[in-house]
Design a binder for this molecule. Structure first.
Ligand code: SF4
Length: 240
């Protein structure tokens, strides 16, 4: 029998309670998996970030993406260097800057470190397709708001990308368009961490979001224009 207090909980309260439980599982699994390989979760996450970076990055950028201090990032990077998983080099474009790259064993370790906990994958896969897609859209909205508050580092999401054309083909299974691959994309294809993402101009981002949420194509308003769905695909956004 639910208590008065539990029935008074708002939907937001209950969603947050659910997210808190999921975060416990994620934390527990990442400690367990990283520990088995002799890494800390921070070190494992740094390997994943380096593996997913389209361009060479240094300790500062690693710290920014993880929302940790430069000191904490530098300490974890030094451990990874001494384990032979990461190498430091001088940047080719800035002689004073250090860039990081994975060694061969580091590439192998990063592939394992980037794998999501099997229990979480199973739990998400058990949801019906429509609920998975709704969850993805909800998460994108939450991450975007948190980004605007400065509470999380900038994510490489479609909804802030210069190549994204939301709702170009309304009422179709693939309503959006990615100019980079020049192909329509479905809601379930939307990316949260796309290595090819290029941030859209600041003044364009609210428009992209509004069109994404409200379902109206951009037409002649700002960036983008209507196009016929093309069959060409240079890469598959779902496979990355
Ligand atoms: S798939 Fe990548 S490149 Fe294409 S719109 Fe999304 S973030 Fe941009």
């Amino acid at each position: 029998m639910p208590t008065q207090a539990s029935t008074n909980l708002s939907v937001s309260d209950r969603i947050l309670a659910g997210l808190s439980k999921l975060s416990l599982v994620m934390r527990h699994e990442s400690w367990r998996a990283a520990g088995q390989r002799g890494l800390t979760p921070t070190q494992a996450q740094i390997l994943s970030i380096l593996a997913g970076s389209a361009n060479p990055i240094g300790p500062k950028e690693v710290a920014r993406q993880m929302a940790i201090t430069l000191g904490t990032a530098s300490e974890a990077i030094s451990s990874l260097v001494s384990k032979g998983l990461v190498r430091k080099a001088t940047s080719e474009t800035d002689g004073r800057a250090v860039v990081l790259s994975l060694t061969k064993p580091g590439v192998r370790e990063a592939a394992t470190a980037s794998a999501w906990p099997a229990s979480m994958v199973e739990a998400i896969d058990a949801l019906p397709e429509s609920e998975r897609t709704g969850l993805l859209r909800g998460l994108i909205g939450m991450i975007r708001t948190l980004q605007e508050q400065g509470a999380v580092p900038t994510a490489r999401m479609c909804v802030g990308c210069t190549y994204f054309r939301p709702n170009e083909y309304p009422d179709t299974p693939k309503p959006h368009h990615c100019l980079l691959i020049d192909a329509p994309i479905a809601n379930s294809d939307l990316r949260i961490d796309c290595p090819e993402m290029e941030p859209a101009a600041e003044e364009v981002r609210p428009k992209l979001w509004s069109v994404f949420v409200n379902g109206q194509p951009l037409d002649n308003q700002g960036p983008g224009h209507r196009r016929s769905p093309s069959k060409s695909r240079r890469f598959n956004p779902v496979s990355k």
